[in-house]
Design a protein around this ligand. Structure first.
Ligand SMILES: Nc1ncnc2c1ncn2[C@@H]1O[C@H](COP(=O)(O)OP(=O)(O)OP(=O)(O)O)[C@@H](O)[C@H]1O
Ligand SMILES: [Mg+2]
Length: 332
């Protein structure tokens, strides 16, 4: 049975409108005009225990809103959410002990206190027994390599140090289900990689279920086999990342290094789009179904030192998926 089950969930926010000026304020006290704004629209998906899923979409797509519904911060307007057998919005203590929501964009630690104090507070909130707390904390602190900073005021930490502490604070009660909302936001590539490795290990070691949102495709590529793609509150795709590539990309990239200088560009552009070239190298975009044919033609026709057939960058494929959705929104 899936550990997370989302059925036909919709979330509508009410936006109150007020006419400008004092009169507008007085009028709005008497009767309030509002419009309803659907930010998540009839979404359904299910997740099995131990899965690590990428939840991706452009700004304002509804990712954070969905994670908030899954973790019980807000209630869905319609539809049903079940997580580990609970209805999240009931916020039963047993449910809250099983989950964790980390928001990279929000500071969840006490700003004026060292992280250690926030850790202790969370220990009390979740009723983590002393012994377990010590074992888990020691393990997380050494895994993250932050022994030196847990007694430094949070306001004095670097972004990367703070994010590591944020993650630890959310993991002290050993949650089985993690909602990680942009856990690597703003980090440099080295730090991103460290956090990513850590998330990977947590998933494998504890068979934890993880939903991760990120605008960095490297996070998604390295961590998630399955992705759920959302835009304008609608799920555009749910399946294997490899499948996104197959389904939404009509092209492949040929990287060719010639033994001597490159052949005339017009000859190559008959076979595809020349994306870039220099003295002896060229990148050619060709139709997916034609890539093998074009490659063998080039190998026969010219003296080639190296030839690779590659998938276009996943960033581009996802971007084209969103822009198709934008067009269909406009025409609706
Ligand atoms: N409490 C609220 N009241 C009204 N509108 C809201 C509220 N919370 C979110 N929204 C709106 O809902 C939409 C979806 O927001 P959400 O934060 O879920 O997007 P997101 O996919 O997480 O985007 P990002 O990648 O920028 O974090 C946005 O248009 C946002 O303005
Ligand atoms: Mg968000």
């Amino acid at each position: 049975m899936p550990i997370i089950q989302v059925d036909s969930v919709t979330k509508t926010f009410r936006l109150y409108k007020k006419d400008p000026g004092l009169l507008g304020s007085i009028k709005s006290l008497i009767y309030r005009k509002y419009s309803e704004f659907k930010v998540v629209s009839d979404i359904s998906f299910s997740i099995e225990e131990g899965e690590l899923i990428g939840f991706i979409g452009p700004n304002g797509a509804g990712k954070t809103t969905t994670l908030k519904m899954l973790s019980g911060l807000i209630a869905p307007s319609a539809g049903s959410v079940r997580v580990a057998g609970y209805t999240p919005f009931d916020r039963k203590p047993d449910f809250l002990r099983k989950i964790s929501l980390m928001m990279g964009q929000k500071n969840q630690l006490w700003w004026d206190l060292p992280p250690m104090e926030s850790f202790l507070l969370n220990k009390e909130i979740y009723g983590v027994p002393d012994k377990q707390y010590k074992v888990v904390l020691d393990e997380l602190v050494s895994l993250m390599g932050i022994q030196d900073i847990i007694h430094v005021q949070v306001r004095n930490l670097s972004l990367g140090q703070r994010m590591k502490c944020e993650l630890i604070a959310q993991l002290l009660h050993s949650p089985r289900i993690l909602f990680l909302d942009e856990p690597t936001i703003g980090l440099d590539v080295v730090m991103q990689k460290k956090l990513r490795d850590f998330i990977w290990q947590y998933n494998k070691k504890y068979h934890a279920t993880i939903i991760l949102t990120s605008h960095y495709m490297d996070d998604v590529k390295e961590l998630c086999k399955r992705v759920v793609v959302i835009d304008h509150g609608i799920i555009l795709f749910d399946g294997l990342l490899d499948e996104v590539i197959k389904r939404y990309s009509n092209a492949k990239l040929l990287s060719i290094i010639f033994s001597g200088s490159i052949p005339p560009i017009h000859e190559l552009s008959m076979m595809g789009t020349v994306l870039s070239h220099d003295e002896n190298q060229i990148k050619l975009e060709v139709a997916r179904g034609k890539s093998n044919e074009v490659a063998s033609h080039i190998l026969k026709q010219y003296t080639v030192a190296d030839l690779n057939i590659e998938e276009p960058p996943i960033e581009e494929i996802i971007r084209s998926l969103f822009s198709r959705n934008k067009q269909s929104h406009v025409s609706r």
